[in-house]
Design a protein around this ligand. Structure first.
Ligand code: CDP
Length: 226
């Protein structure tokens, strides 16, 4: 069955830009499915760390990604049958995810899995390359960003809220390194997709960002572009 007529909203952006929260809420408001593509990279990273796979062994990492036994239920993420929602949010896992996400074989291994999330009545896809690589024909593409300081502060609150320890200057350093890696990798680098609406949320709350995205989507619907 073809899925090309199922609407997709892509929301890409740098680490800790608030994409996850905004994407979730947009999906909820529209009754759409939600793809957290970062979770797939995090799951692959967690699996590699647990199995002690050499992070230089591209072939073994791609195999892990290809054989990933994951499932999603609401906000919960499962690896095989274990709920790993909290474990995949650890900074070590995020950093490893960002490293292995630079490998083209790992990205290819996760490609098909991501396309399968496109189901009626629609999908909100959150990531780095949703609009540039995975769903390049999506009717609405958004690039969500914020200053590195605003993002570090958000990540700090998020980690503390989840019971992890966090240090602001380490976080800033990590974020900058991750931005650098995401933007400069040769495969699927982080950049706004062609035709993307760019939204800087440095001084904007979640609700306002959600309303903007919904407003763009409603305008497209009115023009019968979705
Ligand atoms: O918010 P944060 O960047 O920490 O994490 P995430 O969105 O859960 O993604 C984890 C890592 O996976 C990121 O640092 C990216 O390097 C990578 N990623 C990617 O390359 N492509 C995607 N579509 C999603 C995530």
């Amino acid at each position: 069955m073809t899925t090309v007529h199922i609407p997709v909203i892509t929301i890409d952006g740098p680490t800790a830009s608030g994409k996850g929260t905004v994407s979730h809420l947009v999906a909820q408001r529209l009754g759409f499915h939600y793809l957290d593509s970062g979770a797939l990279y995090r799951l692959t990273a967690l699996s590699a760390l647990r199995k002690g796979v050499d992070l230089g062994d591209e072939h073994a990492l791609a195999k892990l990604a290809r054989d990933l036994q994951c499932s999603f239920s609401g906000e919960d993420v499962f690896l095989a049958h274990e709920n790993v929602s909290a474990a995949i949010r650890a900074e070590e896992v995020g950093n490893t995810a960002s490293k292995i996400a630079a490998l083209s074989t790992v990205r290819q291994a996760l490609y098909r899995l991501q396309l399968d999330f496109r189901k009626a009545p629609g999908l909100v896809a959150d990531g780095r390359d949703m609009g540039t690589v995975i769903f390049p024909h999506a009717p609405l593409k958004v690039f969500l960003t914020a200053s590195v300081e605003a993002r570090a502060e958000r990540r700090y609150k998020q980690l503390i809220g989840k019971g992890f320890s966090a240090n602001m200057s380490d976080l800033l350093k990590d974020l900058k390194e991750r931005d650098e890696r995401d933007a400069n990798r040769t495969v699927a680098p982080l950049k706004p997709a062609e035709g993307a609406y760019v939204l800087d949320t440095s001084a904007m709350g979640v609700d306002e960002a959600v309303e903007r995205v919904l407003g763009w989507y409603a305008a497209l619907k009115k023009q019968h572009a979705v």
